[in-house]
Design a protein around this ligand. Structure first.
Ligand SMILES: Cc1ncc(COP(=O)(O)O)c(C=O)c1O
Length: 404
């Protein structure tokens, strides 16, 4: 008789966004005349940049001709894309990364979940609280997190690093030493980030304690301040302790197109074993590459037009972020984030729980946001709004929130 992976049974409830989806559907069914605006899920709304579309058209034509047709992509991804990444994302930022340290993928969600394959089940992970749920849930699936403690809304074998307004949403070095540390800056969901000097402290700590950092930089394109690192490899010593995850979803609108990459430096070794080799082995066995057409589209993001056009998209969303932040602040809300990230993290008014405020927003303003508690216990009492909506809808939503 076969057996299932029972770790799946330990996972609490349904995924945050399906719960939200159900609530919104029920509301719309009961109120078909209401126009509900979503500032909830972190999906983009602007179309792909013309430079990206042109590159895709060209690549489609190549696939239709015998001379230029492409089958399976090389294991690490096409060299043209990896070279563009090395130059633009690393060399130009004084960070040393080589092309054979870059693994092209279909996005940061799968990589952040799959990276656990190369680590022993016996590692203890540390996560920020609140956190992008994928890090915790995929470790739970792998049997690394112990048991879920319903009353605490925590896993028994996970180190939680609270990120709350009292510490400026910056995790503090935990008392217990973790083996694997997940960091995401700029942060989803809090919209906050840490300075390069603060990040350097984490790199030093990981090197001193034999820990590895999984650094999710999916939102680096939203950094507007100077003292913040776009890559962890801008920090000294990061090549011996950090893996970096990147995505084309938020900087170039590839959420539906799917493209990302993971950097595993060759200097990153665990008792002499190269993690680069392990990840190459893992990807070579379980993954057959991102499509050629999409990798060409990714390359176009680094062209002069591509850079200009995607910068404009980011600016569009950041203008939404500014409007949300400023308008809600002037209406008396306590708001965080939205300066180096497309997320605004607000304190729920009148000590409402996150879900109570969700219901108020849905029922009274017809605006959908994300309850902070869905990202972890320290998210209770907070609420996330995203800047990824259309400008007109964002304005409309904010007016409605102000009139609650
Ligand atoms: C922190 C973080 N990492 C990764 C992802 C997923 O990125 P991708 O679309 O590349 O899978 C998201 C998406 O919302 C995210 O917020």
């Amino acid at each position: 008789m076969y057996k299932i992976n029972e770790n799946y049974l330990k996972l609490p409830g349904s995924y945050l966004f399906s719960t939200i989806g159900k609530k919104v559907r029920a509301y719309k069914e009961a109120n078909p005349d209401k126009d509900v605006i979503s500032l909830g899920i972190g999906d983009v709304t602007q179309p792909l940049a013309p430079a990206v579309i042109n590159a895709m058209h060209k690549a489609v034509d190549e696939m239709g001709k015998k001379e230029t047709f492409k089958g399976y992509a090389p294991d690490l991804g096409y060299e043209f894309l990896r070279k563009a990444i090395v130059l633009n994302d690393y060399k130009n930022r004084n960070a040393f990364v080589e092309t054979d340290e870059i693994f092209i993928s279909d996005g940061a969600k799968s990589d952040s979940g799959n990276i656990g394959d190369i680590f022993s089940k016996d590692n203890k992970i540390a996560v920020c609280d609140p956190v992008y749920p994928v890090y915790v849930d995929t470790n739970a699936m792998a049997g690394r997190t112990g048991d879920y403690l319903e009353d605490k809304q925590k896993w028994s074998n996970v180190i939680y690093m609270p990120c709350v307004k009292e510490n400026n949403f910056a995790p503090e070095i935990p008392e217990e030493t973790p083996d694997i540390i997940y960091l995401c800056f700029p942060n989803n969901p809090t919209g906050s980030t840490i300075t390069k000097d603060e990040l350097q402290k984490w790199v030093d700590y990981a090197n001193e304690n034999g820990a590895v950092i999984i650094y999710d930089a999916a939102y680096e394109a939203y950094i507007s301040e100077d003292n913040i690192a776009h890559s962890i490899y801008e920090c000294e010593g990061a090549r011996t302790c950090a893996i970096e995850l990147r995505s084309f979803s938020k900087n170039a609108g590839f959420t539906g197109t799917r493209l990302g990459f993971t950097v595993v430096p060759k200097d990153l070794k665990c008792e002499g074993v190269s993690l680069n080799s392990l990840w190459a082995r893992r990807q070579g066995t379980k993954f057959n590459g991102a499509p050629y057409i999409i990798q060409r589209a990714g390359e176009a993001v680094y062209s002069e037009e591509g850079k200009r056009e995607t910068r404009e998209q980011v600016a569009y969303y950041m203008n939404n972020a500014r409007v949300i932040r400023e308008e809600l602040k002037s209406a008396g809300y306590t708001v965080f984030g939205g300066v180096n990230a497309p997320y605004i993290w607000l304190k729920t008014p009148d000590n409402m729980t996150s879900w109570e405020f969700f219901d108020v927003m849905l029922n009274r303003a017809n605006v959908v946001g994300t309850p902070g508690s869905g990202f972890g216990p320290s998210g209770e009492g907070y609420f996330r709004l995203t800047a990824f909506g259309e400008y007109e809808n964002t304005i409309k939503a904010i007016e409605r929130i102000k009139n609650i």
